[in-house]
Design a protein around this ligand. Structure first.
Ligand code: KIV
Ligand code: NA
Length: 269
């Protein structure tokens, strides 16, 4: 089977076929997740928390991201059907176009197929420039954890109509600028459905209800390896005597079948 590309994901959206995204930070889990049918491996800056034990994603460096991307790329290459590798550009590594290009080069040369950046329409020039340089981009909106200090905590975003309307406009502007994917974190399910209908590119959700084109979870969370507070949108798939491979398969299948997330995993406005 040929590997997953942004074209495969676009086709899946057009055919209303949902796909699964899972974080991966090393070779073994990357290969197992790809072999379980996960379409996109996200080398998330959540590694700052789940691997490095920090209390936010802010201290993560581009070098950290490139290292884990290279590990994931090696494992993924051994999978029967390699996944698409998407890597986060970390906090303050894309504040200017020049920084953004340098950071993207580092992670793309380490093995990423696309980058993810957090923000709203201020990202438009960066997305346009990266697209022209051949770098696919996912724009992450809603609860963007790199802005936790500005938000004053990890809170659901877009709950009032003015903020919801602005988020729809930002998503459309970013897709028009050349973003190939949109990711929505912790936004009301109804707003996520409106954004998914408003853009032609696939929309990935986490804490964004069941109407997005795809879902993402942090691997540790879906394996029940949560050490602190378990967010409402998390489901533990490591149940019923499953091993890790079975849990990955169950997650990918539940997303594809539209069984995960269920209404109780989402937020209201
Ligand atoms: O870093 C990460 O794992 C993420 C997902 C939670 C979307 O950005
Ligand atoms: Na992230």
């Amino acid at each position: 089977m040929s590997s997953i590309s942004i074209r495969s994901l676009q086709t899946m959206k057009e055919q209303q076929q949902k796909f699964a995204v899972l974080t991966a930070y090393d070779a073994t889990f990357a290969q197992l997740a790809a072999d379980a049918g996960v379409e996109v491996l996200l080398v998330g800056d959540s590694l700052g928390m789940v691997l490095q034990g920090r209390d936010s994603t802010l201290p993560v460096s581009v070098t950290d991201m490139a290292y884990h991307t290279a590990c994931v790329a090696r494992g993924n290459a051994k999978a029967t059907r390699p996944a698409l590798i998407m890597t986060d550009l970390p906090f303050m590594s894309y504040g200017t176009l020049e920084q953004g290009l340098a950071s993207a080069r580092e992670v793309m040369q380490a093995g990423a197929h696309m980058v993810k950046v957090e923000g709203d329409d201020w990202l438009v020039p960066l997305v346009e420039t990266l697209a022209r340089q051949g770098v696919p981009v996912c724009a992450h909106l809603g609860l963007t954890p790199q802005s936790v200090n500005k938000f004053g905590g990890y809170r659901v975003q877009g709950r009032d109509e003015a903020k919801a309307t602005a988020m729809i406009e930002h998503a459309v502007a970013l897709a028009n600028a050349g973003a190939d994917l949109i990711l929505l974190e912790c936004v009301p399910s109804e707003l996520a459905a409106r954004i998914t209908a408003a853009v032609t590119v696939p929309v990935i959700g986490i804490g964004a209800g069941s109407d997005t084109d795809a879902q993402v979870l942090v691997m540790h969370d879906m394996l029940g390896l949560n050490t602190g507070h378990t967010p409402k949108f998390v489901k533990n798939f490591m149940i019923d005597g499953r091993n890790v491979q079975d849990a990955f398969k169950a997650y990918a299948e539940a997303v594809r079948a539209g069984e995960f997330p269920a209404p109780e995993h989402g937020f209201s406005a």
